[in-house]
Design a protein around this ligand. Structure first.
Ligand SMILES: [Zn+2]
Length: 318
């Protein structure tokens, strides 16, 4: 083998080791801090193209183990996340946190407990109850359908330990402070936000979204979500990690979504006073939301968000 061929072979083999999703790109841990790393996932809905990977798995490396936050949306994604961890450290995974019940964040638990059966996985008690009560199986089905079977073999694997508000979890020499029940209900009624004390990082789950909108379903509360984001900013931390989209400081990675929700609230409250229907409020909100029109899901979600806010405002007025 001559030198050129050898170089070419080396280049190909190192590329083939990257976690590559055809048509989307390569995924690896970005460094937030010397111990804290995030893989920023694709921004879409689960589909064939992204294989059900669309969240932001995080990891913190402690003295004698690794702690994972939201290991991804399928068994296969979880295995890829573990593979990426192994490229950075050979320490074992000793714990994980699941920010809420939506399966795109936690079905990867299966890969963690398969490889590290003694790992503890923490979540809000309502998350564990709902996951066991059908939400887990339902998410396995959603992933199977939307990826056309690429998630086959994924089995709902539940968290092992329930959290309480302001609980401090000490593991591998690291302290994690749990923020739940701040407002009762925000993105869902199962949310926790996880603070890594050492690196001053807050993992917000889907209480925070950047460059991508999500649904506010029947278990959500937009007013509660606003309060949760204000609470997160008031913690005065250095790094903020949204459930989807780029991490950053409070101004870059929390305030944009907070401002969006406040605009929706203000325009909907105004429309409610004037007896407008949701579709009549939409153009007024849209006029103030130029900065958000390129966020994934804007067209699909704006009307639904106004409708949900209107229902909340009506309920508060009664
Ligand atoms: Zn979610």
């Amino acid at each position: 083998m001559n030198k050129l061929v050898l170089l070419f072979t080396l280049a190909v083999s190192s590329t083939s080791q990257a976690w590559t999703i055809d048509g989307l790109g390569e995924y690896k841990f970005d460094t937030l801090d010397k111990q804290t790393f995030i893989i920023h996932g694709p921004l879409g809905e689960p589909n064939v193209k992204n294989h059900g990977f669309m969240n932001n798995p995080g990891m913190v490396i402690g003295a004698d183990g690794v702690i994972v936050i939201d290991p991804g949306g399928t068994y296969q994604v979880g295995k890829n996340v573990i593979n990426e961890i192994k490229k950075i450290t050979d320490k074992p995974i000793v714990a994980a946190f699941n920010t809420h019940v939506h399966g795109d964040h936690w079905l990867g638990n299966q890969a963690i407990l398969e490889a590290y059966p003694n790992a503890k996985i923490y979540a809000h008690p309502a998350m564990i109850a709902q996951a066991k009560d059908g939400a887990g199986d339902s998410w396995v089905g959603i992933m199977d359908t939307s990826t056309e079977g690429l998630s086959k073999g994924t089995v709902a694997t539940y968290p092992t330990d329930a959290t309480t508000h302001l609980q401090e979890v000490n593991v591998a020499g690291e302290t994690f402070r749990i923020h739940n029940d701040i407002t009762g209900v925000a993105h869902t009624n199962t949310d926790i936000m996880v603070e890594h004390v050492g690196s001053k990082t807050l993992f917000l789950g889907d209480n925070d979204l950047i460059h991508r909108f999500g649904r506010f379903d029947g278990t959500s509360d937009m007013h509660g979500n606003i309060k949760a984001l204000e609470y997160a900013i008031d913690l005065g931390l250095t790094h903020y990690v949204p459930g989807h989209g780029p991490s950053g400081d409070a101004n870059n990675a929390v305030k944009p979504f907070l401002d969006y929700l406040i605009i929706i609230k203000e325009e909907t409250a105004k429309g409610y006073e004037e007896d407008l229907a949701d579709y009549e409020i939409k153009p007024f909100a849209d006029k103030r939301l130029a900065d958000y029109r390129d966020w994934h899901g804007y067209d699909a979600q704006l009307g639904k968000h106004i409708n949900k806010m209107l229902l909340e405002i009506e309920a508060l007025d009664i």
